[in-house]
Design a protein around this ligand. Structure first.
Ligand SMILES: [Zn+2]
Length: 489
């Protein structure tokens, strides 16, 4: 299906005109022998321009459609600015809390402290990091951050400049004076319906504002602390004290006691509307979890604390398998960080998605939601989604890491697996970045779908179904507790 519009027809018409005028005016027909070749060139150009116009038109049509979808953002870390300790909010505070900051530091810039951000002047910030920020102008982090700033503040320069930043800083400060209203307006304007929030900075805080968020319970702490559980979870620990008052268990003496405590946390999270669990342990260890037998774990726990690192790992591995069984029992999909790690220094191999393969074989009843395209192992990541019915693949953060790889990966996902298993999320600490992430996510998805339409591989109706699926419908299927009776969906 090839569509032409007025503007795109100009180029091929000019070529055709040139071709026929030459033919008519050349009385000796010297060029006649080149006519077939020239015809092929002209016809190719004509078709190429027509296809490009068709793709651009479909892309715009799909982007317009995407604006109508109420988005379920499957992963966020939105912070309350009042909790962060900043005296005021300006451009450099937002930048310092964005992913882009890692690129600026990588280029040679400084990572500003809270104190510096509270006392520095715009000129000082620019003198220190301006040039390094400019070096990042081609990264996806930069592009996604810019998209959010454009959408939320109407910034219309192609790059961040000293003067542009000063104006922006004033806008940011004014907006953050009433952050609740500002957040709400950005949230509504972007078309979000809800965000699944992982409060990694306060993992036992089960409270969240259900107007905007649904709780995801992070399991990292209960897995990583198991070797020191007797020391960590005592009457001095606020959450353990609540557990004690509820159950009468005064201290943790055995693995059973610890599992009882962990189960109490899970049930409390469910009462507070939790819809999923989250493992982001690749930031501190490998995501390879061996299957430690229960009797071995019981004995290791009895010996704890003071375990060797391999004994500690075996106990953590047991605990994560326990969570996976509970995840199936409570219908809480397990979200898992795979691949590249944020920041400026960590062990990339920790998050290799292939490490998870044996978990999928051992826990067919548990639903997994794999994050970030497993970048840079996007092919392995996609293959795991193809192999296992219980494995969903989440584009979350991938368009920000590399927009081009996100397009390749999304295209491969469409080639290799049914589209009802593809999810999207933002993964940001501030609303502006989440808005930019959504824009980038939509651009990636719509560009790939428009290419397929231009190649006659897909019709517009199917493309629209896929957009709804990725940004909304698949989340409703993947997370059954989003649809529970006492919720608003
Ligand atoms: Zn995250």
């Amino acid at each position: 299906m090839i569509h032409f519009d007025g503007v795109s027809l100009i180029t091929p018409i000019l070529y055709l005109y040139s071709y026929f005028s030459t033919f008519i005016s050349d009385e000796k027909m010297k060029r006649a022998k080149f006519l077939p070749l020239r015809f092929v060139v002209v016809a190719t150009l004509f078709i190429f321009c027509g296809c490009t116009a068709s793709r651009d038109k479909s892309y715009q049509q799909l982007m317009n459609y995407a604006e109508t979808v109420k988005v379920i953002n499957t992963h966020e870390h939105q912070r309350n600015p009042l909790d962060m300790g900043y005296k005021s909010y300006h451009f450099w505070v937002l930048l310092s809390n964005s992913y882009l900051n890692a690129d600026v530091v990588s280029a040679g810039g400084k990572s500003f402290t809270l104190e510096q951000l509270n006392t520095g002047t715009p000129d000082e910030f620019w003198a220190s990091n301006g040039e390094y920020l400019s070096f990042c102008s081609q990264t996806s982090y930069y592009g996604q951050f810019m998209e959010g700033i454009k959408k939320c503040y109407g910034y219309n320069e192609p790059a961040f400049t000293p003067e542009g930043i000063k104006t922006l800083s004033q806008q940011i400060e004014n907006s953050y004076h009433n952050y609740a209203a500002w957040f709400d307006s950005c949230f509504q304007q972007a078309g979000f319906e809800t965000m699944l929030i992982d409060q990694h900075w306060a993992p036992f805080n089960l409270e969240t504002d259900k107007t905007y968020f649904r709780l995801v319970f992070p399991v990292n702490l209960l897995v990583s602390n198991i070797g020191n559980a007797r020391q960590v979870y005592t009457q001095q620990h606020h959450t353990f004290k609540t557990f004690s008052e509820t159950t009468g268990i005064q201290q943790i003496n055995s693995l059973d006691d610890y599992l009882h405590f962990a189960d109490f946390m899970l049930q409390s999270a469910i009462k507070n509307g939790a819809v999923a669990l989250k493992n982001s342990m690749a930031y501190s260890r490998s995501i390879y979890y061996e299957n430690t037998p229960g009797e071995v774990a019981t004995e290791l726990f009895r010996k704890s604390p003071g375990l060797s690192s391999s004994e500690n790992k075996a106990l953590q591995d047991f605990m994560f398998h326990w969570f996976l069984r509970k995840a199936a029992e409570y219908e809480l999909p397990m979200q898992i960080h795979t691949g590249y790690l944020a920041g400026n220094g960590n062990r990339l191999e920790n998050g290799h998605p292939i490490h998870l393969n044996s978990l999928f074989l051992q826990h067919p009843e548990t639903r997994f939601d794999l994050f970030h395209g497993g970048f840079p192992w996007t092919g392995e990541f996609t293959a795991l989604g193809k192999m296992f019915p219980n494995v969903y693949l989440n584009l979350v953060w991938l368009p920000q890491i590399s927009k081009e790889r996100a397009k390749v990966t999304f295209n491969e996902m469409l080639d290799t697996m049914p589209y009802n298993k593809i999810l999207w999320g933002g993964d940001c600490h501030f609303i502006e970045e989440a808005v930019g992430s959504l824009e980038y996510g939509k651009q990636v998805v719509c560009e790939v779908l428009a290419e397929r339409i231009a190649k006659n591989e897909m019709d517009i109706t199917t493309a629209q179904k896929i957009i709804s699926a990725v940004f909304r419908e698949n989340a409703l299927q993947c997370f059954p507790r989003l649809l529970s009776k006492n919720q608003t969906y």
